[in-house]
Write a protein that binds this ligand. Structure first.
Ligand code: NDP
Ligand code: GDR
Length: 361
Protein backbone atom coordinates (compact mmCIF):
# COMPACT_ATOMS: atom_id res chain seq x y z
CA UNK A 1 0.00 0.00 0.00
CA UNK A 2 1.33 3.46 -0.86
CA UNK A 3 1.40 6.24 1.70
CA UNK A 4 -0.55 9.48 1.35
CA UNK A 5 1.16 12.83 2.01
CA UNK A 6 -0.34 16.31 2.22
CA UNK A 7 2.01 19.25 1.61
CA UNK A 8 1.07 22.83 2.43
CA UNK A 9 3.18 25.36 0.50
CA UNK A 10 3.49 22.93 -2.42
CA UNK A 11 3.95 25.78 -4.91
CA UNK A 12 7.04 27.04 -3.05
CA UNK A 13 10.70 26.06 -3.37
CA UNK A 14 10.68 23.24 -0.80
CA UNK A 15 7.17 22.07 -1.64
CA UNK A 16 8.17 21.41 -5.24
CA UNK A 17 11.29 19.42 -4.33
CA UNK A 18 9.46 17.48 -1.61
CA UNK A 19 6.60 16.60 -3.97
CA UNK A 20 9.10 15.23 -6.52
CA UNK A 21 10.89 13.29 -3.79
CA UNK A 22 7.71 11.70 -2.38
CA UNK A 23 6.31 10.84 -5.82
CA UNK A 24 9.59 9.06 -6.60
CA UNK A 25 9.14 7.10 -3.34
CA UNK A 26 5.73 5.91 -4.52
CA UNK A 27 3.58 8.23 -2.39
CA UNK A 28 0.22 9.66 -3.36
CA UNK A 29 0.89 13.39 -2.99
CA UNK A 30 -1.69 16.08 -2.26
CA UNK A 31 -0.84 19.75 -2.12
CA UNK A 32 -2.65 22.86 -0.91
CA UNK A 33 -2.33 25.87 -3.17
CA UNK A 34 -3.70 29.38 -2.81
CA UNK A 35 -6.05 30.96 -5.24
CA UNK A 36 -4.18 33.66 -7.20
CA UNK A 37 -5.21 35.97 -10.01
CA UNK A 38 -2.60 34.43 -12.30
CA UNK A 39 -0.94 31.00 -12.48
CA UNK A 40 1.24 30.28 -9.41
CA UNK A 41 2.25 26.68 -10.11
CA UNK A 42 5.45 27.29 -12.12
CA UNK A 43 7.58 25.15 -9.81
CA UNK A 44 5.30 22.11 -9.99
CA UNK A 45 3.94 22.30 -13.53
CA UNK A 46 6.37 19.56 -14.63
CA UNK A 47 4.80 17.06 -12.19
CA UNK A 48 1.19 18.12 -12.71
CA UNK A 49 -1.03 15.21 -13.75
CA UNK A 50 -4.15 15.36 -15.81
CA UNK A 51 -7.06 14.75 -13.39
CA UNK A 52 -8.75 12.66 -16.10
CA UNK A 53 -6.08 9.93 -15.82
CA UNK A 54 -7.01 6.85 -13.76
CA UNK A 55 -3.58 6.32 -12.20
CA UNK A 56 -3.22 9.87 -10.90
CA UNK A 57 -0.95 10.19 -7.82
CA UNK A 58 -0.61 13.99 -7.64
CA UNK A 59 -3.52 16.20 -6.56
CA UNK A 60 -3.93 19.90 -5.82
CA UNK A 61 -6.55 21.45 -3.53
CA UNK A 62 -7.40 25.07 -2.89
CA UNK A 63 -6.82 26.26 0.65
CA UNK A 64 -5.08 28.78 2.87
CA UNK A 65 -3.42 28.61 6.27
CA UNK A 66 -5.67 31.44 7.42
CA UNK A 67 -8.83 29.43 6.62
CA UNK A 68 -9.63 26.69 9.15
CA UNK A 69 -12.67 25.39 7.31
CA UNK A 70 -10.73 24.77 4.11
CA UNK A 71 -7.94 23.04 6.04
CA UNK A 72 -10.39 20.76 7.85
CA UNK A 73 -12.17 19.95 4.60
CA UNK A 74 -8.99 19.05 2.72
CA UNK A 75 -7.48 17.03 5.57
CA UNK A 76 -10.76 15.13 6.04
CA UNK A 77 -10.92 14.35 2.34
CA UNK A 78 -7.26 13.33 1.97
CA UNK A 79 -6.85 11.38 5.28
CA UNK A 80 -3.07 11.80 5.02
CA UNK A 81 -0.48 9.55 6.67
CA UNK A 82 1.91 12.50 6.73
CA UNK A 83 1.40 16.28 6.70
CA UNK A 84 4.31 18.57 5.79
CA UNK A 85 3.50 22.13 6.85
CA UNK A 86 5.75 24.16 4.55
CA UNK A 87 3.36 27.04 3.82
CA UNK A 88 4.36 30.42 5.22
CA UNK A 89 4.85 34.08 4.50
CA UNK A 90 8.51 33.19 4.43
CA UNK A 91 10.23 36.54 3.74
CA UNK A 92 11.83 38.01 6.87
CA UNK A 93 11.98 41.61 5.55
CA UNK A 94 8.34 41.47 4.38
CA UNK A 95 7.28 40.30 7.85
CA UNK A 96 8.15 43.77 9.18
CA UNK A 97 5.67 45.20 6.64
CA UNK A 98 2.97 42.56 7.26
CA UNK A 99 3.46 41.44 10.87
CA UNK A 100 -0.16 40.55 11.62
CA UNK A 101 -0.66 38.52 8.46
CA UNK A 102 2.66 36.76 9.08
CA UNK A 103 1.61 35.85 12.63
CA UNK A 104 -1.74 34.60 11.35
CA UNK A 105 -0.37 32.43 8.54
CA UNK A 106 2.94 31.26 10.06
CA UNK A 107 1.96 31.02 13.73
CA UNK A 108 -1.79 30.41 14.03
CA UNK A 109 -1.79 28.59 10.68
CA UNK A 110 0.25 25.81 12.28
CA UNK A 111 -2.21 25.59 15.17
CA UNK A 112 -5.10 25.35 12.70
CA UNK A 113 -3.58 22.24 11.10
CA UNK A 114 -2.80 20.58 14.43
CA UNK A 115 -6.34 21.29 15.65
CA UNK A 116 -7.82 19.99 12.39
CA UNK A 117 -5.93 16.73 12.95
CA UNK A 118 -7.37 16.50 16.47
CA UNK A 119 -10.93 17.44 15.47
CA UNK A 120 -10.83 14.78 12.74
CA UNK A 121 -9.48 12.12 15.12
CA UNK A 122 -6.26 11.77 13.14
CA UNK A 123 -3.87 12.40 16.03
CA UNK A 124 -2.77 8.75 16.13
CA UNK A 125 -2.72 8.18 12.38
CA UNK A 126 -1.19 11.29 10.82
CA UNK A 127 2.42 12.36 11.32
CA UNK A 128 3.17 16.09 11.25
CA UNK A 129 6.26 17.99 10.10
CA UNK A 130 6.66 21.69 10.93
CA UNK A 131 9.01 23.87 8.86
CA UNK A 132 10.90 25.56 11.67
CA UNK A 133 13.82 27.82 11.03
CA UNK A 134 17.28 28.97 12.09
CA UNK A 135 15.72 32.46 12.36
CA UNK A 136 14.52 31.26 15.78
CA UNK A 137 18.11 31.72 17.00
CA UNK A 138 18.14 35.36 15.76
CA UNK A 139 20.45 37.13 18.16
CA UNK A 140 22.59 34.08 18.67
CA UNK A 141 23.26 32.84 22.20
CA UNK A 142 25.75 30.12 21.24
CA UNK A 143 27.81 29.17 18.15
CA UNK A 144 27.29 26.86 16.36
CA UNK A 145 23.56 26.59 17.00
CA UNK A 146 22.13 23.19 17.90
CA UNK A 147 18.80 21.78 19.14
CA UNK A 148 19.45 22.96 22.72
CA UNK A 149 20.59 26.51 21.87
CA UNK A 150 18.17 29.12 23.33
CA UNK A 151 15.99 31.02 20.86
CA UNK A 152 15.96 34.82 20.44
CA UNK A 153 13.73 35.80 17.48
CA UNK A 154 14.54 39.08 15.71
CA UNK A 155 11.58 39.60 13.37
CA UNK A 156 7.80 39.19 13.24
CA UNK A 157 8.51 36.17 11.02
CA UNK A 158 10.75 34.55 13.62
CA UNK A 159 8.33 35.37 16.45
CA UNK A 160 5.48 33.73 14.51
CA UNK A 161 7.66 30.68 13.80
CA UNK A 162 8.54 30.53 17.51
CA UNK A 163 4.85 30.06 18.32
CA UNK A 164 4.59 27.41 15.60
CA UNK A 165 7.64 25.61 17.01
CA UNK A 166 6.27 25.46 20.55
CA UNK A 167 2.69 24.59 19.60
CA UNK A 168 4.10 21.64 17.65
CA UNK A 169 6.07 20.52 20.73
CA UNK A 170 3.00 21.06 22.90
CA UNK A 171 0.70 18.92 20.75
CA UNK A 172 3.32 16.17 20.75
CA UNK A 173 3.51 16.24 24.55
CA UNK A 174 -0.17 16.91 25.28
CA UNK A 175 -1.80 14.49 22.84
CA UNK A 176 0.99 12.06 22.02
CA UNK A 177 0.99 13.14 18.40
CA UNK A 178 3.89 12.28 16.09
CA UNK A 179 4.77 15.93 15.46
CA UNK A 180 8.25 17.31 14.94
CA UNK A 181 10.20 20.41 13.99
CA UNK A 182 12.93 20.56 11.40
CA UNK A 183 15.04 23.58 12.37
CA UNK A 184 16.35 24.23 8.90
CA UNK A 185 19.09 26.72 8.13
CA UNK A 186 18.94 28.67 4.86
CA UNK A 187 18.61 26.47 1.81
CA UNK A 188 18.66 27.64 -1.76
CA UNK A 189 18.32 26.37 -5.32
CA UNK A 190 17.46 27.59 -8.81
CA UNK A 191 13.85 27.49 -7.56
CA UNK A 192 14.52 29.93 -4.72
CA UNK A 193 12.17 32.94 -4.68
CA UNK A 194 13.68 35.84 -6.62
CA UNK A 195 13.71 38.28 -3.66
CA UNK A 196 15.83 36.15 -1.30
CA UNK A 197 19.42 37.35 -1.40
CA UNK A 198 21.08 34.37 -3.11
CA UNK A 199 18.65 34.20 -6.00
CA UNK A 200 18.55 37.99 -6.26
CA UNK A 201 22.34 37.90 -6.74
CA UNK A 202 22.54 35.04 -9.26
CA UNK A 203 19.64 36.39 -11.28
CA UNK A 204 20.91 39.97 -11.30
CA UNK A 205 24.51 39.07 -12.23
CA UNK A 206 23.34 36.84 -15.08
CA UNK A 207 21.10 39.62 -16.39
CA UNK A 208 23.81 42.27 -15.99
CA UNK A 209 26.22 40.01 -17.89
CA UNK A 210 23.81 39.96 -20.85
CA UNK A 211 22.93 43.66 -20.67
CA UNK A 212 19.37 43.08 -19.49
CA UNK A 213 19.86 44.92 -16.19
CA UNK A 214 22.21 47.65 -15.00
CA UNK A 215 22.33 47.56 -11.21
CA UNK A 216 22.54 45.23 -8.28
CA UNK A 217 21.64 46.89 -4.98
CA UNK A 218 21.94 44.92 -1.77
CA UNK A 219 21.53 45.52 1.97
CA UNK A 220 23.81 44.06 4.64
CA UNK A 221 26.79 42.55 2.81
CA UNK A 222 28.35 41.27 6.02
CA UNK A 223 25.47 39.00 7.05
CA UNK A 224 26.75 35.44 7.55
CA UNK A 225 24.63 32.42 6.68
CA UNK A 226 24.89 28.64 6.60
CA UNK A 227 23.56 27.93 3.11
CA UNK A 228 22.61 24.43 1.91
CA UNK A 229 20.76 23.02 -1.10
CA UNK A 230 16.96 22.67 -0.85
CA UNK A 231 17.00 19.33 -2.70
CA UNK A 232 19.17 17.82 0.06
CA UNK A 233 17.07 19.31 2.85
CA UNK A 234 13.66 17.93 1.77
CA UNK A 235 15.02 14.41 2.19
CA UNK A 236 15.50 15.28 5.87
CA UNK A 237 11.94 16.46 6.19
CA UNK A 238 10.81 13.01 5.09
CA UNK A 239 13.38 11.13 7.22
CA UNK A 240 12.17 12.93 10.36
CA UNK A 241 8.71 11.42 9.88
CA UNK A 242 10.06 7.85 9.44
CA UNK A 243 11.55 7.41 12.94
CA UNK A 244 10.16 5.39 15.85
CA UNK A 245 9.87 8.54 18.02
CA UNK A 246 9.18 12.13 16.95
CA UNK A 247 12.11 14.50 17.62
CA UNK A 248 13.30 17.93 16.53
CA UNK A 249 16.44 18.26 14.40
CA UNK A 250 18.78 21.01 13.22
CA UNK A 251 19.55 20.73 9.52
CA UNK A 252 22.57 22.70 8.32
CA UNK A 253 25.89 22.33 6.55
CA UNK A 254 28.15 23.60 9.36
CA UNK A 255 29.83 26.06 6.94
CA UNK A 256 29.32 29.81 6.82
CA UNK A 257 29.71 32.48 4.13
CA UNK A 258 28.88 36.19 3.94
CA UNK A 259 26.57 37.83 1.42
CA UNK A 260 29.72 39.44 -0.04
CA UNK A 261 31.32 35.98 -0.43
CA UNK A 262 28.21 34.81 -2.25
CA UNK A 263 28.46 37.69 -4.73
CA UNK A 264 32.17 37.02 -5.35
CA UNK A 265 31.69 33.30 -5.96
CA UNK A 266 28.69 33.87 -8.27
CA UNK A 267 30.59 36.59 -10.17
CA UNK A 268 33.62 34.32 -10.61
CA UNK A 269 31.34 31.71 -12.16
CA UNK A 270 30.34 34.34 -14.76
CA UNK A 271 33.90 35.70 -15.22
CA UNK A 272 32.77 39.07 -13.91
CA UNK A 273 34.81 41.51 -11.83
CA UNK A 274 32.99 43.31 -9.01
CA UNK A 275 33.47 46.90 -7.81
CA UNK A 276 31.86 47.56 -4.42
CA UNK A 277 30.16 50.85 -3.59
CA UNK A 278 29.14 51.79 -0.05
CA UNK A 279 26.19 53.82 -1.25
CA UNK A 280 23.78 53.68 -4.16
CA UNK A 281 24.98 54.73 -7.63
CA UNK A 282 23.34 57.07 -10.14
CA UNK A 283 25.46 56.13 -13.12
CA UNK A 284 25.34 52.93 -15.12
CA UNK A 285 26.12 49.68 -13.32
CA UNK A 286 29.71 49.45 -14.66
CA UNK A 287 32.78 51.41 -13.54
CA UNK A 288 35.49 52.85 -15.84
CA UNK A 289 37.22 49.43 -16.04
CA UNK A 290 34.04 47.67 -17.06
CA UNK A 291 33.63 46.05 -13.64
CA UNK A 292 30.10 45.37 -12.39
CA UNK A 293 29.15 47.73 -9.55
CA UNK A 294 27.40 46.18 -6.58
CA UNK A 295 26.06 48.95 -4.36
CA UNK A 296 24.55 49.07 -0.90
CA UNK A 297 21.03 50.44 -0.63
CA UNK A 298 19.91 50.99 2.99
CA UNK A 299 16.36 50.23 1.83
CA UNK A 300 17.31 46.57 2.21
CA UNK A 301 18.48 46.92 5.82
CA UNK A 302 16.15 45.35 8.40
CA UNK A 303 14.96 47.07 11.60
CA UNK A 304 16.58 44.23 13.52
CA UNK A 305 19.07 42.06 11.65
CA UNK A 306 20.24 38.49 12.14
CA UNK A 307 23.98 38.98 11.62
CA UNK A 308 25.25 35.44 11.84
CA UNK A 309 23.92 31.89 11.71
CA UNK A 310 25.91 28.67 11.75
CA UNK A 311 24.29 25.30 12.39
CA UNK A 312 25.55 22.15 14.05
CA UNK A 313 23.85 19.21 12.27
CA UNK A 314 25.59 16.48 14.30
CA UNK A 315 22.35 15.14 15.84
CA UNK A 316 20.86 14.61 12.35
CA UNK A 317 24.07 12.92 11.28
CA UNK A 318 24.18 10.67 14.35
CA UNK A 319 20.51 9.68 14.55
CA UNK A 320 19.36 9.89 10.94
CA UNK A 321 22.60 9.20 9.11
CA UNK A 322 22.07 12.40 7.15
CA UNK A 323 24.69 14.61 5.56
CA UNK A 324 24.26 17.39 3.01
CA UNK A 325 25.32 16.20 -0.46
CA UNK A 326 25.78 19.39 -2.46
CA UNK A 327 28.89 21.51 -1.79
CA UNK A 328 28.28 25.26 -1.52
CA UNK A 329 30.24 26.09 -4.69
CA UNK A 330 28.24 23.53 -6.72
CA UNK A 331 24.98 25.02 -5.49
CA UNK A 332 26.05 28.55 -6.48
CA UNK A 333 27.17 27.24 -9.88
CA UNK A 334 23.83 25.49 -10.46
CA UNK A 335 21.91 28.67 -9.58
CA UNK A 336 24.11 30.88 -11.76
CA UNK A 337 23.88 28.53 -14.74
CA UNK A 338 20.08 28.28 -14.52
CA UNK A 339 19.73 32.06 -14.27
CA UNK A 340 22.16 32.52 -17.14
CA UNK A 341 20.06 30.17 -19.22
CA UNK A 342 16.91 32.18 -18.42
CA UNK A 343 18.72 35.46 -19.14
CA UNK A 344 19.85 34.10 -22.53
CA UNK A 345 16.25 33.24 -23.35
CA UNK A 346 15.11 36.73 -22.28
CA UNK A 347 17.90 38.28 -24.32
CA UNK A 348 16.77 36.37 -27.40
CA UNK A 349 13.16 37.37 -26.85
CA UNK A 350 14.15 41.02 -26.40
CA UNK A 351 16.38 41.02 -29.48
CA UNK A 352 13.35 39.99 -31.54
CA UNK A 353 11.42 43.00 -30.28
CA UNK A 354 9.27 41.21 -27.68
CA UNK A 355 8.86 42.28 -24.07
CA UNK A 356 10.40 40.14 -21.32
CA UNK A 357 8.99 39.74 -17.82
CA UNK A 358 9.26 42.81 -15.59
CA UNK A 359 12.24 43.00 -13.26
CA UNK A 360 11.40 43.52 -9.57
CA UNK A 361 13.90 43.40 -6.73
P1 NDP B 1 8.56 29.74 -0.27
O1 NDP B 1 8.34 31.16 0.09
O2 NDP B 1 9.26 29.38 -1.53
O3 NDP B 1 7.14 28.97 -0.30
C1 NDP B 1 6.13 29.28 0.63
C2 NDP B 1 4.88 28.53 0.24
O4 NDP B 1 3.84 28.85 1.17
C3 NDP B 1 4.33 28.89 -1.15
O5 NDP B 1 3.76 27.74 -1.72
C4 NDP B 1 3.22 29.89 -0.81
O6 NDP B 1 2.22 29.97 -1.78
C5 NDP B 1 2.68 29.26 0.45
N1 NDP B 1 1.91 30.17 1.28
C6 NDP B 1 2.24 31.40 1.73
N2 NDP B 1 1.27 31.91 2.50
C7 NDP B 1 0.28 30.97 2.54
C8 NDP B 1 -0.99 30.91 3.16
N3 NDP B 1 -1.46 31.90 3.90
N4 NDP B 1 -1.74 29.79 2.98
C9 NDP B 1 -1.29 28.76 2.21
N5 NDP B 1 -0.10 28.77 1.59
C10 NDP B 1 0.69 29.87 1.76
O7 NDP B 1 9.30 29.07 1.00
P2 NDP B 1 10.35 27.85 1.03
O8 NDP B 1 9.86 26.77 0.15
O9 NDP B 1 11.72 28.39 0.87
O10 NDP B 1 10.23 27.42 2.56
C11 NDP B 1 9.30 26.43 2.98
C12 NDP B 1 9.03 26.60 4.46
O11 NDP B 1 10.23 26.43 5.18
C13 NDP B 1 8.48 27.95 4.88
O12 NDP B 1 7.59 27.72 5.95
C14 NDP B 1 9.70 28.70 5.36
O13 NDP B 1 9.33 29.68 6.31
C15 NDP B 1 10.49 27.58 5.98
N6 NDP B 1 11.93 27.72 5.99
C16 NDP B 1 12.59 27.98 4.82
C17 NDP B 1 13.96 28.05 4.80
C18 NDP B 1 14.72 28.34 3.55
O14 NDP B 1 15.90 28.68 3.67
N7 NDP B 1 14.14 28.19 2.38
C19 NDP B 1 14.75 27.79 6.04
C20 NDP B 1 13.94 27.48 7.19
C21 NDP B 1 12.59 27.44 7.15
P3 NDP B 1 2.39 30.94 -3.09
O15 NDP B 1 3.27 30.18 -4.05
O16 NDP B 1 0.99 31.09 -3.54
O17 NDP B 1 3.01 32.21 -2.61
P1 GDR C 1 16.79 35.15 5.44
O1 GDR C 1 17.07 35.15 3.88
O2 GDR C 1 16.36 36.45 5.96
O3 GDR C 1 18.02 34.53 6.08
O4 GDR C 1 15.55 34.16 5.56
P2 GDR C 1 17.39 36.34 2.86
O5 GDR C 1 17.99 35.69 1.68
O6 GDR C 1 16.21 37.21 2.66
O7 GDR C 1 18.50 37.20 3.65
C1 GDR C 1 19.75 36.63 4.02
C2 GDR C 1 20.66 37.75 4.54
O8 GDR C 1 21.03 38.58 3.42
C3 GDR C 1 20.91 39.94 3.81
N1 GDR C 1 20.71 40.77 2.61
C4 GDR C 1 19.62 40.76 1.82
N2 GDR C 1 18.50 40.01 1.84
C5 GDR C 1 17.59 40.22 0.86
N3 GDR C 1 16.47 39.46 0.82
N4 GDR C 1 17.75 41.16 -0.12
C6 GDR C 1 18.86 41.95 -0.17
O9 GDR C 1 19.00 42.80 -1.04
C7 GDR C 1 19.85 41.74 0.83
N5 GDR C 1 21.07 42.29 1.07
C8 GDR C 1 21.58 41.70 2.15
C9 GDR C 1 19.72 39.94 4.77
O10 GDR C 1 19.71 41.15 5.53
C10 GDR C 1 20.00 38.68 5.56
O11 GDR C 1 20.90 38.93 6.59
C11 GDR C 1 15.50 32.95 4.80
C12 GDR C 1 14.04 32.63 4.52
O12 GDR C 1 13.98 31.54 3.62
C13 GDR C 1 13.29 32.28 5.78
O13 GDR C 1 11.98 31.82 5.45
C14 GDR C 1 14.05 31.16 6.50
O14 GDR C 1 13.40 30.85 7.71
C15 GDR C 1 15.49 31.59 6.77
O15 GDR C 1 16.10 31.90 5.52
C16 GDR C 1 16.30 30.49 7.44
Amino acid sequence: MFKVALITGITGQDGSYLAEFLLAKGYEVHGIKRRASSFNTDRIDHIYEDPHHDDQRFFLHYGDLTDSTALIRVIQQVQPDEIYNLAAQSHVAVSFEEPEYTANADGIGTLRILEAMRILGLQNKTRFYQASTSELYGLVQETPQKETTPFYPRSPYAAAKLYAYWITVNYREAYGMYACNGILFNHESPRRGETFVTRKITRALARIKLGLQEHLYLGNLNALRDWGHARDYVEMQWLMLQQSQPEDFVIATGRQYSVRDFVNIAAAELDMEITWRGNGVDEKGYDENGNCIVAVDPRYFRPTEVETLLGDPSKAKRKLGWEPKTPFEDMVREMVQEDLHTAERDHLVKSHGYRTLAYHE
